[in-house]
Design a protein. Structure first.
Length: 260
């Protein structure tokens, strides 16, 4: 089945910097181990390349500890890219660093000018709409500015709400195919996925919800065996990646790439 919502020819990643130990985190559960993170990141990039996609690997940015999480800086759609306006002040400069790369690969690059804020981690593009979750990092003004931009490209935006205490909308969900979403029960219970087929993460494995479908693979964080087994039985080809160090910075599989 051909579905452009998860079939990609390119991805953009950025190598973690040594300054990652100073990255933002909602709760301090330990200092990331740079060597372990670099090994996991290399595995992630290798997996993307195995699908035949071109991976644009950007160098580390020491002045921006969270820059490895490139997804928050932009939204990539078939018609063009939109540079975001992160809700965390320390991450605003990451957008300018991403801009030249996006201008090289897209003819049409727009920008969220503000005063609102929006981050890519709050945006889920499905086969029928663009879901944007309001969160501590994405506000109503940012959502409306994005709506105005992508409506010109023929996309329908629907605003939803991220559960309290959850950093980003996609912390709790991911797209498995054009009509199927992997979600935590707490997010699905909000009713935001009505009309979709929803598969729930196993109890106690909610962190597995932040996975990505990239061509033939569903790329999941390691350490959630029941969810991985469920996806395998559902017919998905699962690849598990060590996410232990990114998780210390509230990061996951979707955060590590821009896919288009």
């Amino acid at each position: 089945m051909t579905d452009p919502t998860f079939e990609f020819t390119r991805a953009i990643t950025r190598k973690p910097a040594a300054s990652i130990i100073d990255g933002l985190r909602a709760e301090d559960i330990g200092t990331p181990d740079l060597d372990r993170m670099l090994a996991a990141h290399a595995h992630y990039v290798e997996t993307l390349k195995k699908t035949g996609a071109e991976v644009i690997e950007l160098p580390p940015l020491e002045e921006f500890p969270d820059a490895v999480f490139v997804e928050d800086t932009a939204l990539c759609l078939p018609q063009g890219a939109v540079l975001m306006r992160p809700g965390a002040p320390s991450r605003l400069g990451e957008v300018a660093e991403m801009s030249p790369t996006l201008h090289r690969v897209y003819d049409d690059v727009r920008r969220i000018e503000g005063p609102g804020h929006i981050e890519g981690g709050d945006i889920l593009v499905t086969g029928r709409e663009v879901l944007v979750g309001r969160s501590d990092r994405t506000d109503a003004e940012g959502v409306e500015e994005l709506r105005n931009i992508i409506s010109e490209w023929g996309h329908k935006l629907r605003e939803v709400f991220t559960p309290p205490g959850v950093l980003h909308f996609k912390t709790d969900c991911s797209l498995l195919d054009g009509e199927t979403i992997l979600s935590t029960k707490r997010l699905d219970e909000s009713g935001c996925f009505e009309g979709y087929r929803v598969l729930h993460t196993a109890e106690g494995e909610e962190a597995a919800a932040n996975s990505i479908r990239f061509n033939q693979f569903v790329i999941c964080p390691d350490g959630f065996p029941r969810t991985a087994e469920m996806l395998d039985k559902a017919g998905y080809e699962v690849v598990q990646i060590d996410n232990s160090e990114c998780a210390k910075l509230d990061g996951g599989m979707s955060c590590l790439s821009l896919r288009f």
